[in-house]
Structures are given as structure tokens and as C-alpha cells.
Design a protein around this ligand. Structure first.
Ligand code: UT7
Length: 330
């Protein structure tokens, strides 16, 4: 049976470290509040000249190196982001150009915190059907340029960070690789976490009035998001286990989307797992949305937290609302 397998993983975060103490100088917040409510200690921010596809290109080069492939050997690109370089065209096209490739397809995926798993499910289908053989899947974000860094925006601004993670996916005939993916969405909650402008739902033209309304910044009903996330994470992980006839004891490592350390801990407790079974690095990166799972996967691998044949579960929840999981035999 032809399955899809991750053969290369890499990540890149911009060098500028922004601590909670740095944020204290920009808005009315505190290191204590941020640590207690989210677990975040610091995050990375890009400089003025860096865009999302630049971070993606760096992460991609590392993933390609691990897979021992040259960029021109890739036959399809999937790019997950909520912070594309441009409103259009998609960042996949820009990444393709930065890697020095042309002509191959480049698909942008817009599923926010679940973007990487949605992208993984697409890659999985293409590989299983034999459509493509070497897919580059990237999750990358530049959040820092789109945040409201005044006190009005503090509930969102302290959470998010910049970064990128990439994987190369290839076919295998072995009984390993991506076993299943599980995707969900509930659009009734779309405005609980969103950026309204620019968008076709807005009145014609981006007027100064709209800019003054600050509707270009992300807004979030944090408590509502938290409440749903705490339920959906364990639920979608159970779904992945049951689909493959596994139980929680079979889990080698869960790599959750890094939204909030408290959400991750609530999920771990609900599933009855010891701390070493759940990977967390939100402390150092904040929430990097579509990039958070591939960055965490890359770090977990380099720290030796994943061994051959381990059962790895990816899980995410975020804007949409969307939630998703993937079961992978490494
Ligand atoms: O990737 C998925 C996307 N997002 C998430 O998963 C986020 C889910 N939600 C959360 O993580 C939490 O709801 C937050 C961390 C965003 C907020 O934590 P909370 O415990 O739900 O706090 P809250 O929103 O209920 O706010 C408590 C207080 C409020 O003050 P009052 O009304 O009690 O006086 C806020 O104004 O904390 C205040 N506050 C802050 N204080 C200092 C809100 N943000 C900040 C801040 N610094 N950055």
C-alpha cells in the first residue's frame, strides 16, 4: 500500500527575540500576566524587510537538506499561512520563486492554526493517488507586522509570534507514514477570532475611516476560543486514535498547535497522559499559527523526542473555528 511519509523537516525563526518585558514597554501588560495565562516567555519578530515567504524559504531549505533533495526535484508546493506577503497572489508562488524553481504547482491553504494539518491532508491524498511524489509543505507566519501593539490590542498582541516550519513528503511502501487525517470546521464561530479587513464583506474601498476603526487588526473572544479549544483538542485526538484502532497508551508523542500552555495542559490531563508525551515550545515562540506544528515537530525530532515507528499525533484548533488531527507512524 502506497502511503505518504515525511522525509525532511526544518524550521526557521527570525533572530530578533522579543521578551514579555519588551512588551511591557509598548503596552499595559506584564511578564507575570503573560506567563500565568499563556506560558509564553518570549517570541520572535522579523525585521522590516522580512516577509512570510522569506521565513518559509529558510525553513524549506533545511527540510530539503534533510530529505537530500534539491529544490528542482520538488513537484508540488503547499503553503499554509494567515499572514501572506500579499493579499494576492498566494505566498506559494513567491516561495517557489525564492527557491529558484518554476512551473510546478503552488497551492495556498488558508486554515489558520489548522493550516498545516489541512495541508498535510492534501499532500497525503496527492501522494497516495500517485499524483505527486515529492511535496514541499510549509507553514509560515509573520504576525508581528499585523498586531495592534497598543494596550487596546494587548489580549491578542502578546500571544503571537513569527516563524516557519517545512516538511518534505514522499511515498513509501512500508507500513508507516501518515495513517490518517481528520479535518473539521464550524463557521458559526468565524468572527470569534478574525481579521475583518481587507475583505469583500467590507464596504467598497479601504477608507481612512476603516483604518481608524482598527478593523485591520486581529480580534478575539479569548474565553470562547479557550473553551472550545479545551474540548476539541482531546476530541480530535481521540478521533485519530480510534480511526487507527489505537488507545492513548500507544501514543509516542502529541504535537499540539501551540496556542496556550494551559490549553495544552488541559488536553494532556483530559487524556490522562504524562508530561513527556506532549511537546510544548510555546514558551519560546508564542503562537505561530500555521508554523507552530512544523516548528515543534522539527525541534522534537532534533531533541530525540521522536524515534522510528513512534506513533505521533498532530492536533490543532483555531480560527474558523477549525480543528484537525493527524496520526503518523514515524
Ligand atoms: O490558536 C488559537 C488562537 N487563540 C487561542 O487559543 C487563545 C485562547 N484564549 C486564551 O488563551 C485566553 O483567553 C487569553 C490568554 C487570550 C486570555 O486569558 P483569560 O484568562 O481568558 O483572560 P481574560 O480575557 O478573561 O482577561 C482577564 C483580564 C481582563 O481584565 P479585567 O476585565 O479582568 O479587568 C483583561 O482586560 O486580563 C486583562 N488582559 C490583560 N492584562 C494584561 C487581557 N490581556 C491582557 C494582557 N496583559 N496582555
Amino acid at each position: 500500500m502506497r502511503r505518504a511519509r515525511i522525509t525532511g523537516v526544518g524550521h526557521y525563526a527570525p533572530p530578533r527575540v522579543v521578551t514579555n518585558f519588551d512588551l511591557e514597554k509598548m503596552m499595559d501588560t506584564s511578564d507575570e500576566w503573560i506567563r500565568e495565562r499563556t506560558g509564553i516567555v518570549e517570541r520572535r519578530w522579523v525585521d522590516e524587510d522580512t516577509a512570510t515567504s522569506d521565513l518559509a524559504a529558510e525553513a524549506s531549505k533545511k527540510a530539503l537538506q534533510m530529505a537530500e533533495l534539491k529544490p528542482e526535484e520538488i513537484d508540488f508546493i503547499i503553503f499554509a499561512t494567515l499572514s501572506p506577503d500579499y493579499y494576492f497572489p498566494g505566498s506559494g508562488c513567491l516561495l517557489q520563486h525564492k527557491l529558484g524553481i518554476n512551473h510546478i504547482g503552488a497551492l495556498d491553504v488558508r486554515n489558520q492554526c489548522c493550516g498545516f494539518i489541512y495541508g498535510l491532508s492534501i499532500a497525503d491524498q496527492y501522494i497516495r493517488t500517485g499524483t505527486y511524489n515529492k511535496i514541499l509543505l510549509v507553514g509560515a507566519e509573520v504576525q508581528s507586522k499585523g498586531l495592534n501593539l497598543s494596550t487596546e490590542g494587548r489580549d491578542v498582541a502578546v500571544l503571537f509570534g513569527d516563524g516557519a516550519g517545512a516538511v518534505v513528503i514522499e511515498p513509501t511502501d512500508e507500513d508507516r507514514g501518515i495513517l490518517s487525517t481528520h479535518l473539521h470546521a464550524d463557521g458559526r464561530f468565524a468572527t470569534e477570532l478574525c481579521v475583518e479587513y481587507p475583505g469583500s464583506a467590507a464596504p467598497q474601498g479601504a477608507t481612512h475611516q476603516m483604518l481608524n476603526e482598527e478593523r485591520f487588526f486581529p480580534k478575539m473572544n479569548g474565553r470562547e476560543v479557550f473553551k472550545h479549544a479545551a474540548i476539541r483538542f482531546p476530541q480530535v485526538i481521540q478521533e485519530a486514535l480510534e480511526a487507527n484502532g489505537f488507545c492513548t497508551q500507544d501514543i509516542g508523542l502529541i504535537i499540539p498547535h501551540q496556542a496556550n500552555l494551559r490549553i495544552s495542559e488541559a488536553m494532556r490531563t483530559r487524556l490522562g497522559l504524562p508530561p513527556e508525551k506532549v511537546y510544548n515550545n510555546i514558551q519560546r515562540y508564542g503562537n505561530t499559527t500555521a508554523a507552530s506544528i512544523p516548528i515543534a515537530l522539527s525541534e522534537a525530532l532534533s531533541e530525540g523526542r521522536i524515534q522510528d515507528n513512534d506513533m505521533v499525533i498532530l492536533a490543532a484548533f483555531g480560527s474558523g473555528f477549525t480543528w484537525a488531527s493527524a496520526a503518523i507512524r514515524w
